[in-house]
Design a protein around this ligand. Structure first.
Ligand SMILES: C[S@@+](CC[C@H](N)C(=O)[O-])C[C@H]1O[C@@H](n2cnc3c(N)ncnc32)[C@H](O)[C@@H]1O
Length: 204
């Protein structure tokens, strides 16, 4: 299945944003909420992690640095190139897939201990959210974890399309137990109060 529900959300549209340098989402670093989690005593034990819509790869590289075996997916060629360059510069090995996330199953089903989300869920059409939740579950081993920094702003339109904590619970609960879903304390100033860290465990 190829996802083209909105003309501004195709692979070509995202690639154009990279080529034009319209990449305001790019923090130039991993999500502060993910950095804090990995440095804390609540840090997940390293395992096989897939990063969806990984962009230039800041979160993927952080995970690799922390000992995770990382597969990073994006359908924009420029994002894949940037990740490859960053990985080479950092001397870190990550597997790169230039692919629509909705085309990952069945090939990659059940192969990951973690799915990592940071501004991919807000980049897809809201109508695809149930399919995203099902996809994340299918990519994980039973008991595997979705580690997510969700953009919980309440402005209309998008991308980025905001989501509320209640909507997150409703969307993911068919496949996941919500271990925790809390506001991020150390967001960058322009995202203060608009991010939640979710730790969702795939139901057996
Ligand atoms: C808002 S950017 C976030 C990138 C990165 N996660 C970050 O925080 O810097 C969204 C990314 O998801 C990618 N993306 C959007 N929809 C996708 C899809 N269906 N399959 C693969 N990648 C997708 C885009 O190409 C873009 O790189």
């Amino acid at each position: 299945m190829t996802t083209t529900p909105d003309p501004s959300l195709t692979a070509a549209d995202w690639e154009r944003r990279y080529q034009e340098g319209s990449t305001r989402w790019d923090l130039g670093q991993a999500a502060p909420g993910l950095q804090a989690l990995l440095a804390s005593d609540q840090a997940p034990i390293p395992g096989r992690a897939m990063v969806l819509g990984a962009g230039r790869g800041h979160d993927a590289l952080l995970l690799a640095h922390h000992g995770f075996s990382v597969t990073a997916v994006d359908f924009a060629p420029s994002a894949i190139r940037a990740m490859a360059e960053q990985a080479t510069d950092a001397n870190l090995a990550i597997t790169l897939l230039e692919r629509d996330i909705f085309d990952l199953v069945p090939e990659w089903a059940g192969q990951f201990d973690y799915i990592v989300e940071h501004t991919c869920f807000c980049a897809i059409a809201p109508s695809l959210r149930p399919a995203y939740a099902q996809l994340a579950a299918k990519l994980l081993v039973p008991g595997g974890e979705l580690l997510a920094i969700f953009f919980t702003h309440s402005r209309g339109g998008g991308p980025p399309f905001g989501v509320s904590p209640d909507e997150l619970q409703a969307t993911f609960s068919p496949y996941f137990a919500v271990d925790s879903l809390h506001p991020v304390a150390n967001s960058i100033p322009t995202r203060q109060g608009e991010e939640h860290l979710g730790r969702f465990r795939r139901l057996e």
